[in-house]
Design a protein around this ligand. Structure first.
Ligand code: GLP
Length: 259
């Protein structure tokens, strides 16, 4: 796990965009996209590079991490809609190559199995963007999610429903249930890029990075993965005990190694 402490949220967005750009330039790529507010700066940066620098996603495809149960793809807060609005519609993925879960599927278990098979058939995710919930969730894997879990239905904690109420008319409008890639699914992506900004994420980041691997903090499962980059701004890094160590080693890392 490599912890990269950057000065501002804009630095986090630029560095994340660099990693994604490098992946896309390396050849046909499968990207893992996250929703929530954390990756929005990264998406804006990539859109700008597409418009001004010619960065193309024509050879890429993408899979979303999760979706609300009960919201059709046309609902403005469904993650299908959010990712189109915030990123996909502004770049050049070929039609039909950005995949998501169907939150209104009649058989949710079958939908989860279909999604697992689609990810596997794509050859697997090359680089997965992740945010982190204030309770340590990744995707929508809430505390006590099995570290080996696959795509499935989950019930949101009240904390997450409260955190996400800002996107809905009120707390009651936030769905109780979601479909999410499991921790076992996420851990199969070849490179995980966890982004966190702001003081509100500092506790979750410290638990995920420096705490024990435990289902109580789902993001701690990332410690089991061979290639994880954690990009945090100074506020999100503020509760890490070993900040100086991370900064020293990253500062002396050979440039050719990249992220
Ligand atoms: C959301 C998403 C996650 C996201 C997390 C943090 O509900 N399901 O993928 O990383 O919770 O959200 P935010 O980035 O808005 O803080």
């Amino acid at each position: 796990m490599e912890i990269v402490i950057l000065r501002t949220p804009a630095d986090v967005a630029r560095t994340a965009a660099d990693a994604i750009e490098q992946q896309v330039l390396s050849g046909p790529s499968v990207l893992g996209l996250a929703t929530g507010s954390t990756p929005l700066g990264t998406y804006r940066e990539l859109i700008q590079r597409h418009r001004n620098g010619g960065l193309s996603f024509a050879g890429a495809q993408a899979f979303l991490l999760d979706e609300y149960v009960g919201l059709p793809g046309t609902h403005p807060q469904s993650y299908h809609s959010v990712i189109r609005r915030e990123f996909v519609d502004s770049v050049d993925f070929p039609a039909g190559t950005v995949h998501g879960l169907d939150g209104v599927a009649e058989d949710l278990d079958a939908e989860a199995a279909r999604y697992e098979a689609a990810i596997a058939a794509s050859g697997g995710v090359d680089i997965q963007i992740l945010g982190i919930g204030s309770d340590g969730h990744v995707g929508f894997n809430e505390p006590m999610s099995s570290l080996a879990s696959r795509t499935r239905i989950k019930t949101l904690t009240q904390q997450t429903r409260q955190d996400n109420a800002r996107f809905f008319t009120d707390h009651a409008a936030v769905p109780d249930h979601v479909l999410t890639q499991g921790l076992g699914t996420i851990l199969e992506a070849r490179h995980l890029l966890l982004l966190a900004m702001g003081e509100a994420k500092a506790g979750a980041v410290a638990a995920a990075v420096e705490g024990p691997v435990a289902a109580l903090c789902p993001a701690s499962a990332l410690q089991l993965h061979p290639h994880v980059t954690v990009l945090v701004d100074e506020a999100a890094a503020s509760m890490l005990a070993h900040r100086a160590y991370y900064q020293d080693t990253f500062g002396r890392k050979p440039a050719w190694q990249g992220l």
